[in-house]
Design a protein around this ligand. Structure first.
Ligand code: DOR
Ligand code: ZN
Length: 349
């Protein structure tokens, strides 16, 4: 339901988030569980979540960090490596498996160097009907960083989709019109997540009057024409596109550095920033499908029954958030957002 003043949505889920570990968990889990009922939790810890035992214990740590009285379910992912026993793909632990091309992003050094190495894992995923989640970028240094997603489609993803016609694949955090077109052309087994920052920023944001480390993430934001393609896809109503924040906190000093980390911490303002982008497209009525329906249908999970409310109350995003012992600059710091998240609403009779 939307009117001018309130936006009531079926309780959304986040289909891609980095909750980190240790002292960060209390804050990251609270921020995500405040807005989302479930989240697909990325496995790029140090060390990465490469076994069922590591997945189980990470899930226990997350569960222990859920604020009392909050209904939140972490959905775990297995980090694929070149040499792995398919028995680690325990469906009682994992909802999906994540393909990081080696060295593509944060903590991906143990990732996959060639698809040939993970054939047994892909066969097992297809047989168990578990989705494969893909960080879709090549890592070749001769490929321009702004082309890495488009080249990945040509060199890797097309073949993968052909070789595993029954495998459900999520092309994560897409950033290009090439990715939108590819996903649209595939069958219903291929979908994509879209982040709030890739809907809001083009690549100029990284160089706006000087170098802007808090706008740096991977895949990097692209040209405006690509942002427009992402906005069109997210607001199209197509069930192939759904919400995945890629919220990825890094302590302020590791971002504001000579070699700053990639990642944008958007969990504290996730729904508010998606709402701003959808409203700018005149498509607030499409937000619920994107945020709360397309993801669970693709993952073959029930839709959430609860509802949440956003109110048209402007607020200024704080310039710092506490995450564990450190401070993080959140997405849209110091900017004004027009919708405020007001929380769950009581069940309607
Ligand atoms: O910007 C990013 N940050 N992209 C990723 O793929 C990983 C993430 C992180 O873990 O920090
Ligand atoms: Zn991510």
């Amino acid at each position: 339901m939307t009117d001018n003043k309130a936006l009531i949505l079926r309780q959304p889920d986040d289909w891609h988030v980095h909750l980190r570990d240790g002292e960060a968990l209390a804050d990251t889990v609270a921020a995500t569980a405040r807005q989302f009922a479930r989240a697909i939790v990325m496995p790029n810890l140090k060390p990465p979540v490469t076994t069922a035992a590591l997945g189980r214990s990470y899930r226990d740590r997350i569960t222990a960090a859920i604020p009392p009285g909050t209904d939140f379910t972490p959905l775990m992912t297995l980090y694929l490596t070149d040499h792995q026993d398919p028995a680690e793909l325990d469906p009682t632990v994992f909802t999906a498996a994540k393909l990081y091309p080696a060295h593509a992003t944060t903590n991906s050094a143990a990732g996959v160097t060639a698809i040939a190495h993970i054939r047994p894992m892909l066969d097992t995923l297809q047989r168990l009907d578990l989705p494969l989640l893909v960080h879709g970028e090549v890592t070749d240094h001769d490929v321009d960083i702004f082309d890495r997603e488009a080249v990945f489609i040509e060199r890797t993803l097309k073949q993968l989709v052909n070789d595993y016609p029954a495998l459900r694949i999520v092309f994560e955090h897409i950033t290009t019109r090439d990715a939108v077109a590819f996903v649209e052309a595939c069958g219903p087994n291929v979908a994509a997540t879209i982040t709030p920052h890739h809907l809001a920023l083009n690549r100029n944001a990284m160089f706006d009057g000087g170098i802007r480390p808090h706008a740096y993430c991977l895949p990097v934001a692209k040209r405006e024409v690509h942002r427009q393609a992402l906005l069109a896809a997210a607001t199209s109503g197509s069930p192939k596109f759904f919400l995945g924040t890629d919220s990825a906190p890094h302590e302020v000093s590791t971002k504001e550095s000579a070699c700053g980390c990639a990642g944008i911490y958007n969990a504290p303002v996730a729904l508010e920033s998606y709402a701003a982008s959808f409203e700018a497209m005149g498509a607030l009525d499409r937000l619920e499908g994107f945020a709360s329906e397309h993801g669970p249908r693709f993952y073959r999970l029930p839709l959430n029954e609860g509802r949440v409310r956003l109110d048209r109350t402007a607020f200024t995003v704080p310039d710092r958030q506490t995450v564990g012992q450190g401070k993080v600059v959140p997405f849209m710091a110091n900017e004004v957002l027009n919708w405020s998240f007001s929380g769950p609403i009581p069940p309607q009779n």
